[in-house]
Design a protein around this ligand. Structure first.
Ligand code: BES
Ligand code: ZN
Length: 363
């Protein structure tokens, strides 16, 4: 038996996406999906925390920082993310492809031509690969002086937390052997802080290639609990129907509280997809007016989040639920363990031998 997955929520999102009215109660039917519940519960705060710490450990991830050092700067940070994605993919029999699209540009915030490199992990869909779902965050960080590429810019919250969150989603999906019907893409963008450049380039490229992205979830700042409710959906530069779908996922699979707010401007990479006509959402860690005031300073450390990842884990659960619901797919049937089958064979042989013994004695 293959465990079927992903019914009502995705269906309702799909129907609302195509313009049909939502269900009578505005949300979803009570479909129970044990696999989804199991995977949504799987994210691990220690894993999230370790990723945040590893990224902070590169000192600065400023877009114009060192690219050659193995220890410090954006180059070392993105190579670490690439290695992490590849390591996560290693055990799934080649189910993951990691690519590093890059661009060179000059502009107000890049006075000399510089290379900006994204890290992208692709899990191709099994039966409907042309439909694509993306989960995203940005690798780069900054301090108050946006051109300062050398001072420590730990960016623990902005946005090591988002990269840790999407990495954890990828880890738990593959650990549970999830095989998406549609294609899942995990994107760690370059150069968000200097003008959403990484996401803009990919969104343009996908548009040009006619890639059908059916949903985008941007994870930018997930580990600082600044407000009375857990998860805040930004209403601007996002898709209202997808946001409603995301809040249904939170209620059903995350068990967190949520509210609606707005950035008031194109505050992160979701805006690149919104502009490309892709349904995008930006679940955020606090109300806008209570955002983490340490971001863009050298005080954006894990200490601001009490040295744990207890807030980010809610976003990882949400990300996992989002990926599974939109990508559908299933978990392959577990093979019968060799031990068990050999035990069966042995006991069958013993029975036969016994039967032979008995029948021989009876004649
Ligand atoms: N994570 C921030 C955006 C943010 C900050 C959202 C505070 C909500 C509250 C992001 O990394 C950022 O700094 N974005 C830039 C966008 C700009 C370059 C287009 C910003 O806000 O200046
Ligand atoms: Zn920022």
């Amino acid at each position: 038996m293959r465990i079927a997955c992903c019914g009502m929520l995705a269906l309702i999102f799909a129907s609302t996406m195509s313009g049909a009215a939502p269900g009578a109660n505005g949300t979803v039917g009570p479909s129970e999906q044990p696999m989804l519940r199991e995977i949504a519960a799987a994210p691990d705060a220690a894993q999230l925390q370790a990723t945040v710490q590893a990224l902070v450990g590169f000192g600065t991830r400023h877009s114009l920082s060192d690219t050659r050092s193995p220890k410090r700067g954006i180059g070392a940070a993105r190579r670490w993310v690439q290695a992490r994605f590849e390591a996560i993919g290693r055990d799934c029999g080649g189910c993951l492809t990691v690519v590093t699209p890059s661009q060179t540009f000059t502009g107000e915030r890049a006075p000399k031509p510089a290379e900006f490199v994204d890290v992208v992990a692709i899990q191709r869909g099994t039966t409907d690969p042309e439909r694509v779902i993306i989960l995203t965050g940005h690798i780069d960080s900054r301090v108050t002086d946006i051109m300062n590429a050398t001072s420590d810019a730990p960016g623990a919250d902005d946005d090591a937390s988002g990269i840790a969150t999407l990495t954890e989603v990828l880890r738990v999906l593959l650990a549970k052997d999830f095989r998406p019907a549609r294609t899942l893409v995990f994107m760690a963008y370059a150069a968000e802080e200097i003008g959403l450049r990484g996401s803009q380039a990919i969104a343009k490229d996908y548009t040009k290639r006619g890639i059908n992205v059916i949903g985008a979830l941007q994870l930018d700042m997930t580990n600082y609990q600044g407000s009375d409710k857990d998860i805040w959906l930004m209403k601007d530069f996002t898709d209202a129907k997808q946001n409603a779908f995301v809040t249904a996922l939170i209620d059903r699979y995350v068990g967190a509280t949520w509210g609606l707010d707005a950035c008031g401007y194109a505050c992160s990479d979701h805006a690149s997809w919104y502009r490309a006509g892709v349904p995008a959402s930006m679940p955020f860690e606090s109300r806008m007016k209570q955002y983490n005031r340490s971001i863009h300073t050298n005080a954006d450390t894990l200490e601001r989040s009490n040295n744990n990842a207890d807030h980010a884990i809610k976003f990882a659960r949400l990300g996992a639920a989002y990926a599974i619901e939109l990508a559908k797919g299933d978990v392959p049937r577990a093979p019968v363990p060799a031990d068990d089958s050999s035990k069966w064979k042995l006991s069958a042989l013993a029975l036969l031998a016994l039967a032979g013994l008995i029948s021989r004695r009876m004649v």
